[in-house]
Design a binder for this molecule. Structure first.
Ligand code: NAP
Length: 183
């Protein structure tokens, strides 16, 4: 299993405002990072419940019969939550709960031991790091700053465990990928 954490972030390390708004991201004009390769490579997409509820609420995937398929195709979406959450018609959504280490077998089964794209939030991505399962981090760094918000990655991870393997510019975004060395 190969685990990638890939997300857009403010330049000062927030994924969203505290009330889960991405208006700062959608306000960026010009070219935006191409997510097609990430979607194509993913055998499973993983997220926490705030991210999932944002998808249901703000992208109205719940109300559009084709919306989920156009976003995720046949790729299973794994949501970590302690709650019972609704699932859009026809969507392949699996729910897991508890420490990532306790769910490795399920994640390997759902992804076919392939590529897992952790979309967020930051603490969930950190739980993969805690479990020595995070292989790389790709950030789409946006020209925006927030005074507070949902954290990008609330963990200590120093340069001796990170190798910059790619960096590029798309419009006003900086895209950077680091490989993570697990202990
Ligand atoms: N900038 C971007 O491109 C980007 C990308 C991704 C996400 N986002 C946004 O960033 C924000 C992230 O929100 P967030 O920081 O609250 O993180 P989140 O991971 O989306 O949601 C956190 C919640 O997930 C559940 N959870 C997490 N780990 C769990 C575990 N091991 N077992 C069971 N449940 C678990 C818990 O809620 P419950 O148990 O109560 O359900 C927890 O409060 C959202 O607004 C999202 O839309 C932005």
């Amino acid at each position: 299993m190969h685990v990638t954490y890939a997300t857009a972030t403010t330049a000062n390390g927030f994924l969203a405002t505290l009330d889960d708004s991405l208006a700062w991201l959608f306000a960026v004009t010009g070219d935006t990072p191409d997510l097609d390769a990430l979607y194509a490579a993913a055998n499973a997409v993983v997220m926490g419940s705030s991210t999932y509820e944002w998808l249901l609420r703000d992208r109205t995937l719940n109300d559009d019969p084709d919306g989920w398929a156009s976003a995720f195709g046949d790729t299973p979406v794994v949501v970590f939550t302690t709650r019972a959450l609704r699932v859009p018609d026809g969507a392949d959504v699996r729910f897991l709960s508890g420490p990532v280490t306790d769910n490795v077998t399920a994640l390997r089964r759902i992804s076919g031991d392939g590529t897992v794209w952790v979309q967020g939030g930051g603490d969930l991505a950190g739980q993969f790091l805690d479990a020595d399962l995070l292989d790389d981090i790709t950030l789409h760094i946006s020209p925006a700053f927030l005074s507070e918000g949902k954290p990008l990655f609330p963990r200590n991870l120093a340069s001796d465990r990170l190798t910059l393997v790619d960096v590029r510019r798309t419009g006003q975004f900086i895209e950077a990928t680091w490989q993570v060395r697990n202990d």
